[in-house]
Design a protein. Structure first.
Ligand SMILES: Cc1ncc(COP(=O)(O)O)c(C=O)c1O
Length: 401
């Protein structure tokens, strides 16, 4: 109590105040209410597909549940690290040392968010995290919660939603401790070329900036290809300064399992290994064994690609037939469409009235304004029906064209 008898304010982290709530909380509330109703909703808003996790992965989990389950280690099970290294070799033709260059994580989100804790000297001169907007929030938030600062780069359709480090002032590079890339990209589905990635690796190395490449969608692309490249493809077998983030969430339909991996510079991986036991984020070992089974098998990822492609074609055809301009949308399970009239929020709200839920682009940052993101989550028939309902709303003049 203070002298006046009033209760003193309880402590709070000012970062929470700065972040505020979700930018489109009211929209989210409406969408949530709609999902709770018994009538059908066409929900393209959440990047969490509903295709079942392959049976062999579920069985691997069941088989691995022991009578006594003890604490997992931060380094993860050797069989899981070997399976991740095996996938890296099959997918990219790159050999990585499972003991020193691979770190399992509980999904890629927590690994991304926690990374600054091992890299950032909050009292030093390199406190900034460079990241592209529209983009995934943990790049910024992980830096802020660790005592660092955010350096947002606004991405544009005209440059393919690519974050080009070479275009930044040298001061910005010199005050950064990490630069985040994310190709294939959420929310736009844009992909990068190998030569673009090579340029980014070179700039980051020249300036001593760690390059964090979030490649959680690297195995989600149209089956006819091309396969999106990784920074591992262009690093000349040298991992220095690189941390690459992978995930089973999208590749294997395992969002609920929380399984990811960080592959990269052994010095940086060693730092993460020292830091991470302080958090306690290791996945349970029976989950790690299911993850090992998933990383060791590629057929199911190919099956998922075919499913997403069928849905992608339905929605791309719809957009083309209605003159909706699509940008990016080359990989991931997202389509990124420009909203006629430019008011993404109003457009999404009108779609809500027709029980179609899409994400307004401004939810992903100011440069997402004027766009909407469709996550290809409804099944094929759901996509077809949603397209019919959406088209009828356009015909009825309820949506701008
Ligand atoms: C760009 C990006 N990175 C990382 C993640 C986190 O995925 P997970 O933690 O499930 O591996 C997501 C999830 O949607 C994402 O979109």
């Amino acid at each position: 109590m203070t002298a006046s008898g009033a209760r003193p304010p309880l402590p709070t982290n000012p970062v929470l105040q700065e972040l505020g709530g979700y930018p489109l909380a009211a929209f989210q509330d409406m969408a949530r209410a709609m999902r709770a109703q018994p009538e059908v909703v066409y929900d393209f808003s959440i990047g969490d597909p509903v295709e079942p996790t392959p049976a062999f992965i579920r069985q691997a989990l069941i088989d691995a549940v022991p009578a006594v389950s003890q604490y997992p280690t931060a380094a993860g099970l050797p069989e899981l690290r070997a399976a991740i290294a095996g996938w890296v070799h099959r997918r990219f033709g790159v050999t990585v040392d499972p003991d020193t260059e691979v770190l399992p994580s509980a999904g890629s989100k927590e690994a991304i968010f926690h990374t600054p804790l091992a890299l950032l000297d909050a009292a030093g001169s390199r406190r900034h995290a460079i990241w592209g907007s529209p983009g995934y929030q943990p790049y910024e938030r992980g830096a802020l919660f660790a005592g660092g600062a955010s350096d947002r780069v606004d991405l544009r359709a005209e440059t393919g939603w690519l974050l080009d480090l070479a275009e930044l002032d040298i001061d910005r590079l010199d005050r950064a401790f990490i630069a985040w890339l994310n190709y294939p990209h959420n929310p736009t589905g844009a992909t990068a070329t190998a030569s673009y990635l090579a340029d980014q690796v070179a700039v980051a190395r020249r300036h001593g900036v760690v390059l964090g490449s979030d490649e959680c969608y690297i195995d989600v692309y149209p089956p006819q290809g091309p396969q999106p490249p990784s920074v591992l493809d262009v690093a000349d077998g040298r991992l220095d300064g690189l941390l690459v983030y992978f995930s089973l969430s999208k590749r294997s339909g395992m969002t609920g399992y929380r399984c990811g991996a960080v592959v990269g510079d052994p010095t940086l991986i060693a730092q993460q290994r020292i830091m991470r036991p302080n958090i306690g984020t290791g996945s349970p070992e029976f989950v790690q064994l299911a993850a090992a089974a998933a990383w060791a098998e590629d057929g199911h990822a190919a099956d998922r690609r075919r499913i997403f492609q069928a849905k992608r074609e339905v929605m791309l055809d719809f957009c083309a037939s209605r003159g909706l301009v699509v940008s990016g949308s080359e990989a991931t399970f997202y389509l990124w469409a420009q909203v006629p009239g430019g008011d993404d929020r109003a457009y999404a709200e009108t779609l809500l009235e027709h029980r179609i839920i899409v994400s307004p682009g401004s939810a992903f940052g100011p440069s997402g304004r004027g766009w909407i993101r469709l996550a290809l989550v409804p099944d094929l028939e759901g996509c077809r029906r949603a397209a019919a309902v959406w088209g009828a709303a356009i015909d009825a003049g309820e949506l701008p064209t």
